[in-house]
Every structure is written in C-alpha cells, then in structure tokens.
Design a protein around this ligand. Structure first.
Ligand SMILES: NC(=O)c1ccc[n+]([C@@H]2O[C@H](COP(=O)([O-])OP(=O)(O)OC[C@H]3O[C@@H](n4cnc5c(N)ncnc54)[C@H](O)[C@@H]3O)[C@@H](O)[C@H]2O)c1
Ligand SMILES: [Zn+2]
Length: 375
C-alpha cells in the first residue's frame, strides 16, 4: 500500500456556503470512498470519466467507493476536447437521471479538464444541481480547471461559451496518477504552474527554476508545486469568484495563447492549450518589455525556463505556419477580455509583477506580432 499520506496537502477554498477542500497527495483515488464519506452524506455516486482514464483508474475508484458503502454507476465517454459539447452533455444528463441521482447523491468527474468542465456543468443543471466531486487526473486539471468553479462546454461559435459557475463539494487530486500522463500533457499543465509564479509569486517562480526536474519526476516537490498552485488560484477565486477584477490575472498568456489555439484550428497535434499559454506568457513578457514596462531580461528568463522544460516559447515553434497577422489580431479581438473596443492584456512589470492593462494600442500589438512571427 502506498501510505504516503503524511505528504498530503489540504487547500481550503473559502467561499462561504460554497466553501470546499482540495485534497492533494499520492494514492488519493484509492482512498476516495473514505475521503468522500467523511465530508459528503450521499450514498450514491455517478462517476463520469473518459476512456483513457477509465482503463487505468476507474476500477480503483469504484472499489474504494463501494467498500465505503457508496453505490456507483459509471459513464465512460470518448477522450478529447470534442466531448465538451452539447451531445455528450445530453448523454451525461440522461445517465444521471437514469441512475436516479438525487440532490443529495453525487456526481464524480474522474478525468482531465474536459471531463471536469462537462461533468461539473451537468451536475449543476440536473435537478437544478446535485453534489459534485472533482477527481482531476491531468496536471492541468489539478492546478487549474478543477479549482474555481468554471464549468461548461464549447459551442459552434467558440470555446467555453455555454456554462455556469458551479463550485465542487470536494476536489480529490491524486498526484500519483500523473505518472501515466503523456510527457507532453504534463508539460502543458506545467505552463499553468509556472503562470502562478509569473503572476505574483516571484519566489515560487525561482523555486520552480531550481526544482522543476523533481516536479516532473514525482515525489514531494510535485505535491508541493500542485498545492502551491491550487492555493494561488484559490486565493484569487476567493477574492473575486466571478471574475470582475483580480481573477483576470489568471489569464496571463491566455489572450495570445487563445489566438494561437484558434489559429491552429484547436488541433491538438499542432498545439495544446498549455503550449499556447507558454508561448503567450513569453509574448506577454516580450510585449511588456517593448512597451518599456519591464526589462527584456525578464522575458529572456521566462523563455529560458519554459524552454528548458521542453515547452514551445515562440510562434516559430509552431509547425505548419500561422495565418496572416490580421487574422491573428481578429482572434485576439474576439477573445472575451476585450471591453468596449479596447484591448485588455495582462502585462507585467517583471517576474511575478503582472497587472491588468486596459487600453493597449492595437497598432502596437499588430506590429509586435508581425515581428515575432518571423523570429
Ligand atoms: N474550468 C476551468 O477553469 C478551466 C481552466 C483551464 C482549462 N479548462 C479546460 O480544460 C480542458 C483541458 O484539460 P486537460 O488538459 O486536462 O485535457 P483532457 O481532459 O482532454 O486530458 C488530456 C488527455 O490526457 C488524458 N488523461 C487525463 N488524465 C490522465 C492520466 N492520469 N493518465 C493518462 N492519461 C490521462 C485524457 O484522456 C486526455 O486524452 C480544456 O477544455 C479547457 O478549456 C478549464
Ligand atoms: Zn489556461
């Protein structure tokens, strides 16, 4: 038995009656039944997962729940971003109603951000809301999507356009399961970990520079990095649950990143979200230097670290070419962080000194992108 529970970390998200705990550590899925029983009264659970995760972890979770007297049903969906759409949402709602999940029972999302976003949405609308547990299994979902309560699906018109805020009742982040994640997906999640340092935690960024190898290898540094990331996001969410202000800082690197994802047709063979964010963060630092807001050395330091872990850091790292700059610019303007015609970016005064900049001149962004796409 993997009894490393002394390594476990608990992050509390204080949101009044919507408060919840995030439990982070090795072997948490194998103890899910006990962890859930002590916090949630329900005796029936519907587990929603994807085929990749089900193959490796579903049985382990079912056994743990059943041995603690929680009856389970499971729904296994295809893996991939396409599952975050209307038809699978109907499938999930249908399965929850068929399984007679009532308001005091629970729905468990076992998987990455796709399963978490979809399942959280379904749990929020079936019977006007049933209990919801996140068991995130990708690094990205452990440090980002499972924290903060944003849930939803993609629409024909764009990503994440249909959804609700729905805070989970509990998050169970098993840090061992990251061993089976592909190295590329692990790196992509790591971009979001580095993001928390770059937003407002310069010491954390320096710690990542020194310890990233141990985080990738597993063990205490990994747990520490995930807990620090959850705490960072929890702090921001507690201060601004519905993104009226400070929560926007979490979008560091995301305006450029989303534009690149859109420009590559959301084709994960070319670019996954975290890779877009890595390039986007470097661009945000480079653009800040160009606007004389920060030192060019900071941009160099950010790029050096992300590149060291194996992330792309430049638009020229994307294979297959990009559309013309004005199309990239359209994608930026369509990003939801545009308010009354002005471009809003997260820019920076240095490592860990990010801020929300309204009123960024479109012409500057255009000529910057024109230059950066060439080298
Ligand atoms: N709600 C939010 O606040 C928020 C924040 C960031 C991202 N997101 C969303 O999250 C989604 C991306 O999440 P993701 O990167 O986890 O993608 P994902 O859910 O598609 O998972 C990535 C891949 O890894 C596989 N996988 C997951 N865990 C595994 C494990 N332990 N072992 C082996 N394989 C495993 C999955 O089957 C999938 O193929 C996007 O839809 C994005 O919009 C939401
Ligand atoms: Zn992101």
């Amino acid at each position: 038995m993997n009894d490393a529970s002394f390594l476990e970390r608990l992050v509390h998200v204080p949101l009044g009656e919507r408060s919840y705990d995030i439990l982070i550590g090795p072997g948490v899925i194998g103890r899910a039944g006990g962890e859930i029983s002590t916090r949630i009264k329900g005796r029936k659970a519907a587990i929603v997962t994807d085929e990749n995760v089900a193959d490796i972890y579903l049985e382990n979770m079912v056994e743990s729940l059943e041995s603690d007297g929680i009856a389970t049903t499971s729904l296994i969906l295809p893996a991939g971003e396409k599952t975050k759409s209307f038809e699978p949402l109907m499938t999930v709602c249908d399965a929850l109603l068929e399984a007679r999940i009532e308001r005091n029972d629970m729905v468990i999302a076992l998987g990455g951000g796709v399963i978490g976003d979809l399942t959280g949405f379904a749990a929020g609308i079936v019977r006007r809301g049933v209990r919801f547990v996140q068991a995130p299994t990708s690094l990205l979902s452990q440090v980002d999507s499972s924290v903060g309560g944003k849930t939803g699906i993609n629409a024909r018109q764009g990503k994440n356009l249909v959804g609700i805020f729905n805070q989970p009742d509990l998050v169970l982040a098993d840090t061992d399961v990251l061993d089976t994640l592909s190295p590329r997906e692990f790196r992509a999640g790591y971009a979001e970990v580095a993001k928390y340092g770059l937003i407002d935690k310069p010491d954390f960024f320096a710690w990542l520079e020194a310890n990233w190898r141990e985080i990738f290898a597993g063990g205490p540094a990994r747990i520490e990095a995930i807990a620090a990331s959850c705490q960072a996001k929890a702090d921001v969410v507690a201060a601004d649950e519905r993104e009226n202000g400070r929560r926007a800082l979490l979008n560091l690197g995301h305006t450029f990143g989303h534009a690149l994802e859109s420009a590559t047709g959301y084709d994960s063979r070319r670019l996954v979200h975290g890779e877009g964010v890595a390039i986007g963060m470097v661009l945000a630092y480079q653009f800040s230097a160009r606007m004389n807001l920060s030192s060019p050395d900071d941009a160099i330091r950010v790029a050096a670290h992300l590149s060291e872990v194996g992330l792309p850091t430049s638009m020229t790292d994307i294979e297959g070419g990009l559309p013309p700059t004005d199309i990239l610019m359209d994608a930026i303007a369509q990003d939801k962080k545009v308010k009354s015609g002005k471009l809003t970016f997260i820019l920076t005064h240095g490592i860990g000194q990010s801020f929300v900049a309204d009123d960024v001149p479109v012409a500057e962004v255009l000529s910057f992108l024109e230059e950066k796409r060439r080298r």
